[in-house]
Design a binder for this molecule. Structure first.
Ligand code: COA
Ligand code: AMP
Length: 635
């Protein structure tokens, strides 16, 4: 089939407001908009100003009313516990209404924030939707973060209530959530009025009298009372959620998502970008703590009337490298969305793809990869073993849905390995030099998006309009800075090559090296430090810390390095995957004192590098090379 992409993209370019107004017809509104786009509102404008809606109504209630009551909406498939729970749309609605009744009884109202700190259990999705039902603003915090990170988010979001669980389950390890939750509340200045705790059978926890409430007891009581909780109308421009993501400092950025534009963009993306029809089974193998989990485990598939899979497990080791194929076969998944690192992990365990043939993948049509650069070797392996198109697509927490991809639903364009294909309607992608001038095709530069951003993208940062402006809009006036470097080729295909800031991508997880440096600097024996991301065959990148010790420190260096590793795990969490520290005598710097992190990274990754003209003392780079070589890095 010839692709309709060029025609559809040109249609959006000629009339952006008309394009989104038409897409908005697929959403049920309580009140229609006064303006499709209100340019003077907010930091760069607001979509669907004047409209009223409810995201939970569109994701759940309207399907129950519209003939999907008995269709499976959500499957919780836990490869860790060997259990599977299915909820029809009607059953999902009943769970959401009961939880919303509990939240309302605890005083949660429209606009209040609720933090959700949960593992991959169905109740995490139910909690998000119950908040949406009440017009409360949820903020999901990923389970692999430590108490300090949770505390930072509590202080920024100031939640009325926190929903959590007794434990999460990592392969071979039960993660006790409650001590982390209690620790975070102790650390935080803001104290939530109550905590709703889901007790899991693998590890029960103690509760704090007067503050903690048992999730199951409260929900059963609400069900028994038969309380109905209608969907609360909210403004399309009201926040649905805040999701914190790594910024260039230890202070995470609270990405705000509104209700109306978010629904319109996600609903459009399911059919046109992902090529999935209502009623089909869609699986995003991510975590609800990340944007992929928000958009493509919970909201988009449900808004579209699909069945969605919430999978608790890993691509390997739960129990083996065939788990993904088992899930696809068991549930009739038509499209899987995951990060390339998951496929690298599978490929390492099962290079010949022998597990693939053990399962019936006849209904499986497309594999989508995002979250980090998809290396051509992994794409080719997946294409060959699965026999389906493999679609690399590029986006960010901030945009909430793909900026560029091969639009399967509009008809596929030719695949170019290493490229997440072409911009989606709504995104006018440009490449600028550091002075803000557009560069020629095939020239590397700063990838930016011409304002306004389309519906579904962040309108601002939580309580931080100025930070939003300064971080994203100030450097290139009229454009949103993605902080990715890349180029556009002669056919208009994008190539995303690297970040231009201190963010690194570890196993598809977005982490700030600046935040890690802040932790390293806290160690009493550390005088100076630098953290860089170095190439890793499986995780894409891993962090590598360099420390210079205070003069006069005579303690065992290996012991200090172990302490530094433990400190990052304690402060940021296991997700940082920070395991490598190299002690050096001095850091390489420019004459003005800037640490040459880029050159250090090139040495570690065995990339060609030139001696920086402004380097203070070239001999230091030899010292770095030698120090890395003792760890087998860069040789
Ligand atoms: N709760 C608690 N700890 C967690 C966690 C969670 N939700 N998620 C990860 N961790 C821990 C891991 O157990 C690991 O701990 P360890 O140091 O004790 O081994 C650590 O954080 C690092 O995790 P990760 O980098 O994910 O490594 P891994 O070896 O556990 O798994 C992969 C590697 C590739 C299998 C895994 O990262 C994966 O499946 N990635 C898929 C990509 C993905 O989900 N991306 C999200 C955006 S699409
Ligand atoms: P996150 O906000 O966690 O989704 O991370 C977003 C960042 O991940 C982007 O800014 C890119 O640096 C990187 N990224 C995501 N998808 C891709 C992709 N398909 N190709 C290259 N980089 C990607």
């Amino acid at each position: 089939m010839a692709s309709r992409y060029h025609e559809v993209y040109a249609g959006w370019q000629s009339d952006p407001e008309g394009f989104w107004a038409k897409a908005a017809e697929d959403i049920d509104w309580f009140r229609r908009w006064d303006k499709v786009f209100d340019a003077p509102a907010g930091v760069y404008g607001h979509w669907f100003a004047g409209a009223e809606c409810n995201t939970c109504f569109n994701a759940v209630d309207r399907h129950v009313e519209g003939g999907r009551a008995d269709q499976i909406a959500l499957v919780h498939d836990s490869a860790v516990t060997g259990t599977m729970t299915r909820f029809t749309y009607a059953e999902l609605k009943a769970e959401i209404v009961a939880l919303a009744a509990v939240l309302a009884k605890l005083g949660v109202e429209k606009g209040d924030r609720v933090i959700i700190y949960m593992p991959m259990v169905a109740e995490a999705a139910i909690a998000m939707l119950a908040c949406a039902r009440l017009g409360a603003v949820h903020s999901v915090v990923f389970g692999g973060f430590a108490a300090t990170e949770l505390a930072t988010r509590i202080d920024d979001a100031r939640p009325k209530l926190i929903i959590s669980a007794s434990c999460g389950l990592e392969p071979g390890r039960v993660v006790a959530y409650k001590p982390l939750l209690d620790g975070a509340i102790d650390l935080a200045g803001h104290k939530p009025a109550s905590c709703l705790i889901l007790q899991r059978p693998q590890l029960a926890c103690d509760t704090v009298p007067g503050r903690d409430i048992d999730y199951a007891d409260a929900v059963s009581a609400a069900k028994a009372s038969g309380t109905d909780v209608p969907c609360v109308p909210v403004a399309a421009t009201d926040p649905l959620y805040v999701l914190y993501t790594s910024g260039t400092t230890g202070q995470p950025k609270g990405v705000v998502r509104d209700n109306g534009g978010h629904m319109v963009a996600l609903k459009w993306s399911m059919q046109n970008e992902f090529g999935v029809a209502p009623g089909e089974v869609f699986w995003a193998a991510s975590d609800v703590g990340w944007v992929v989990g928000h958009s493509y485990i919970v909201y988009a598939p449900l808004l579209h009337g699909c069945t969605t899979i919430l999978f608790e497990g890993k691509p390997v080791g739960t129990p083996d490298a065939g788990t993904f194929w088992r899930v696809i076969a068991d549930h009739g998944v038509v499209a899987l969305f995951t990060a390339p690192t998951a496929f690298r992990a599978i490929k390492k365990e099962d290079p010949k793809g022998e597990f693939v043939s053990k399962h019936d993948l006849s209904r499986f049509r497309t594999l989508f990869l995002a979250g980090e650069r998809a290396d051509p070797e992994t794409i080719r392996w997946a294409e060959q073993k699965l026999g389906v198109p493999v679609i690399d697509h590029w986006w960010q927490t901030e945009t909430g849905h793909p900026i560029s991809q091969n639009p399967v639903g509009l008809g596929m364009l030719p695949v170019k390995y290493g490229s997440p294909c072409v911009p989606m309607p709504g995104f006018d992608v440009r490449v600028l030099d550091d002075a803000g001038h557009e560069v020629a095709r095939n020239t590397l530069g700063n990838v930016v998006l011409k304002l306004p951003l389309p519906p579904g993208c962040l309108p601002t940062l939580w309580n931080a309009d100025k930070r939003f402006h300064d971080a994203y809009l100030a450097e290139f006036p009229g454009y949103y800075k993605t902080a990715d470097a890349g180029y556009v080729d002669d056919d208009g295909y994008l190539f995303i090559m690297a970040r231009t800031d201190d963010i690194i991508n570890v196993a598809g997880h977005r982490l700030s090296t600046g935040a890690m440096e802040e932790v390293l600097a806290e160690h009493p024996d550390v005088a100076e430090c630098a953290v860089i991301g170095i190439a890793d065959a499986m995780k894409g990148q891993i962090p590598c810390g360099f420390v210079v010790l205070n003069s006069g420190v005579t303690r065992d260096i290996a012991e200090i390095e172990r302490e530094v590793v433990a400190l990052v795990r304690e402060r940021i969490g296991p997700v940082a995957a920070f395991k490598l520290v190299v002690t050096i005598k001095r850091l390489p710097k420019t004459r003005s004192g800037k640490i040459l992190r880029g050159t250090m990274q090139k040495i570690a990754d065995k990339e060609a590098w030139a001696m920086p003209a402004t380097i203070d003392d070239p001999a230091i780079l030899d010292e770095i090379t030698q120090a890395l070589a003792t760890r087998g890095i860069g040789v």
